[in-house]
Design a protein around this ligand. Structure first.
Ligand SMILES: [Zn+2]
Length: 308
């Protein structure tokens, strides 16, 4: 049993209203194909098909205010209700209290402690490692979670070898430093589909693999239809590559998010909507009934991975 988790920042489950929900007005053939041509919305509730399950997942966690990235992600990757612990939704980067929660018993740590292998698939550019060495790197909850478990950060060499995926997926943006040729020619630009295939290959070699994608939240904040369309097409092609490269009889693909944003184009900020937890592949029937809120993801995933 293997799990590939793709964390999409700022992807909520939207209303069944094409005037505000861009998921309804963009093609997304891969996502729709999982649900017999239908796009999941808040109107569907739990959504099962022969290929996948979609579980609306609470991101508000009983704490007033709009959900934010650092608390949402800390909750996803630990199972601890982080906004309740610190008394507010906080983002985008974790503060000391959240970093402490992340360092205690996160999903990477639980997998590694059970002698299973774990990979953090994101590739980081040279400037990140330079800042990290100077103690100046800004890190998201996912990167704190990985480092607490001594799961290594992947770099340009991994990306070039197809053994990592960049935050911009196709590598069309890769931060330049003097060590990297100005044209970035040492890192090939690839399709989102091929990035998905690379991610699936990495996931075949580890028990648990995580990839973090933040452009869904960026597109929600921008609220520009053209950029949103570009991002939704990229997400769909990434998913197609991942699904094509995964043996779904022995692996589970889990996608989830920390809070809504992109699904409502009427506002540029986060929303109170549930987020879609998408389950594709093995053991999804076992996990789906356990997911109600972001707190449920880590315990449910660890249990199926370790076959508890
Ligand atoms: Zn945001």
């Amino acid at each position: 049993m293997r799990v590939l988790m793709i964390f999409f920042d700022g992807w909520g489950l939207g209303a069944n209203d094409p005037a505000v929900n861009p998921f309804l007005t963009n093609p997304m053939p891969t996502l729709r194909g999982l649900f017999d041509g239908a796009m999941p919305t808040t109107g569907n509730g739990h959504f099962q098909s022969a290929r996948a399950a979609l579980v609306p997942t609470d991101a508000t966690l009983g704490v007033p205010g709009l959900p934010q990235s650092a608390t949402g992600q800390t909750t996803i990757f630990t199972g601890v209700n982080a906004p309740r612990q610190i008394g507010e939704h906080l983002g985008p980067y974790p503060n000391a209290a959240l970093r402490q929660i992340l360092a205690e018993n996160n999903i990477f740590q639980q997998v590694v402690a059970a002698n299973r292998s774990a990979a953090f698939a994101n590739a980081y550019p040279p400037i990140f490692f330079e800042r990290l060495a100077r103690g100046k790197a800004r890190r998201s909850a996912t990167s704190y979670a990985a480092s607490a478990a001594n799961v290594r950060y992947r770099d340009t060499d991994d990306l070039r070898a197809g053994r990592a995926v960049s935050a911009f997926v196709t590598n069309d943006r890769w931060p330049r430093t003097p060590r990297v040729p100005a044209d970035g020619a040492d890192v090939p630009v690839i399709t989102a589909y091929d990035a998905g295939r690379n991610l699936a290959q990495l996931a075949r070699e580890h028990d648990f693999t995580l990839f973090e994608y933040f452009l869904t939240d960026a597109a929600g904040h921008k609220a520009k239809p053209d950029f949103t369309a570009h991002i939704l097409a990229q997400v769909d092609e990434l998913l197609r590559g991942v699904i094509d490269g995964t043996d779904l009889s022995e692996s589970l693909i889990v996608t989830t998010s920390d809070h809504g944003n992109l699904e409502d184009s009427s506002a540029k900020g986060h929303t109170l909507n549930p987020v879609p937890t998408l389950l594709i592949g093995a053991q999804r029937e076992k996990i789906a009934p356990r997911i109600h809120a972001l707190t449920d993801l880590t315990p449910a995933i660890v249990d199926v991975l370790l076959e508890k």
